[in-house]
Design a protein around this ligand. Structure first.
Ligand code: AMP
Ligand code: MN
Ligand code: MN
Length: 331
């Protein structure tokens, strides 16, 4: 697939960023390795250029990302007196950060939008959206090169994390030769690959294993095994003492079952607040399905939040997946 409209070239985007004396950086709610790693790498680079930088994420940060260099600089609450320039990283829509911010600050600020989601709405004053990038981290790498920033170990750890999380360790269909090339450059800085891999993918807390047990026992197959569904209720999280973000990756257990095309994980964050993760294996466009519920993402990985009771949300999503599968590959 080709690039989505690039409202700006990377060169132009870099020139505009170079002019900025101070910036506030934002990444999306329910943060992942790509949004945090990309935000920190860019922030560290901008600081090395002498700029004043602040970092925001309104969600709790996952424990397994707390090793990222610079993570202690991220604030959870967004102040009213933000600088004139805001940089949104890995956010398909501005309200993936915070709806208050969107309603109150955005109209009066210059917004830089750096992302790789196919559903990106080009909400920025300047937009650089490359849907062929496997991770926003790849874009940040190219941007830093454009800005002639030397890649320090701190930056490399953040960008390597961004790339290996969004590519599933170079295994998802978004992985390209460029992903490997950039990773190779990052590895040259001497980062500890084994340690990073262990922290991100191998080491699990007991609560996480208990949540996995719940998820697997709740897994059901529908429509001749073409749809796999995992539902996690508030009680499941309470009984396992697991935070919501420990469910990262669980949807892959559903997707990995042979003959499954569509996999979905529904998490009850609160009453009538259901976070949905959608995945497909070979042809179904789950970005389209997520967009029916006001969400978005990529063709093989997308998400949305549904404000309905858990059972109704599950029914609606399953129905939408059945419809999409019924319409087949040509729609
Ligand atoms: P997740 O299932 O949370 O791992 O998300 C899969 C992909 O969909 C990621 O690229 C997310 O950024 C994107 N995504 C998840 N939820 C939403 C949403 N509500 N709106 C737009 N994109 C989303
Ligand atoms: Mn992300
Ligand atoms: Mn991403």
């Amino acid at each position: 697939m080709g690039s989505k409209t690039r409202a700006n070239t990377l060169k132009q985007f870099a020139l505009n960023i170079r002019e900025v004396p101070e910036a506030a950086l934002f990444s999306h709610v329910s943060p992942d390795g790509d949004c945090l790693g990309s935000m920190l790498a860019l922030g560290i680079a901008l600081e090395s250029m002498g700029k004043k930088v602040s970092y925001y994420n309104t969600s709790p940060l996952p424990d397994n990302l707390k090793f990222l260099p610079g993570i202690e600089r991220i604030s959870r609450s967004i102040p009213e007196d933000l600088p004139a320039n805001l940089i949104f990283i890995d956010c398909a829509e501005a309200d993936r950060v915070d709806s208050h911010l969107v309603n109150n600050c955005l109209p009066t600020r210059t917004i830089f939008n750096i992302d790789h989601h196919i559903s990106n709405t080009l909400y920025g004053t300047y937009n650089y959206v490359d849907v062929t990038a496997a991770a926003t981290g790849e874009i940040i790498y190219s941007l830093l090169r454009e800005l002639k920033i030397s890649i320090t170990k701190e930056i490399a750890i953040n960008l390597y994390t961004a790339i290996i999380t969004d590519t599933g360790r170079f295994s998802y269909s978004n992985t390209t030769a460029k992903s490997f090339k950039i990773a190779a450059e990052l590895v040259k800085t001497g980062i500890d690959l084994v340690a990073i891999n262990n922290i991100l993918f191998e080491r699990k807390s007991l609560a996480q294993i208990r949540l996995l047990h719940k998820a697997l026992s709740n897994l059901v197959l529908l429509k001749d095994g073409s749809i796999a569904v995992i539902v996690l209720s508030k009680e499941d999280f309470a009984e396992t003492s697991a935070e919501e973000n420990l469910s990262e990756g669980l949807v892959n257990y559903a997707r990995n079952i042979e003959d499954v095309e569509a996999a979905v994980l529904l998490k009850e964050l609160d009453n009538d607040e259901i976070k949905v993760s959608l995945r497909s294996n070979s042809w179904l466009d789950v970005n389209k399905v997520a967009s029916k519920f006001g969400g978005g993402g990529h063709i093989r990985a997308a998400g949305c939040t549904i404000n309905l009771p858990l059972s109704e949300a599950t029914q609606s999503v399953v129905l939408a997946l059945e419809e999409a599968l019924k319409h087949g590959r040509n729609n």
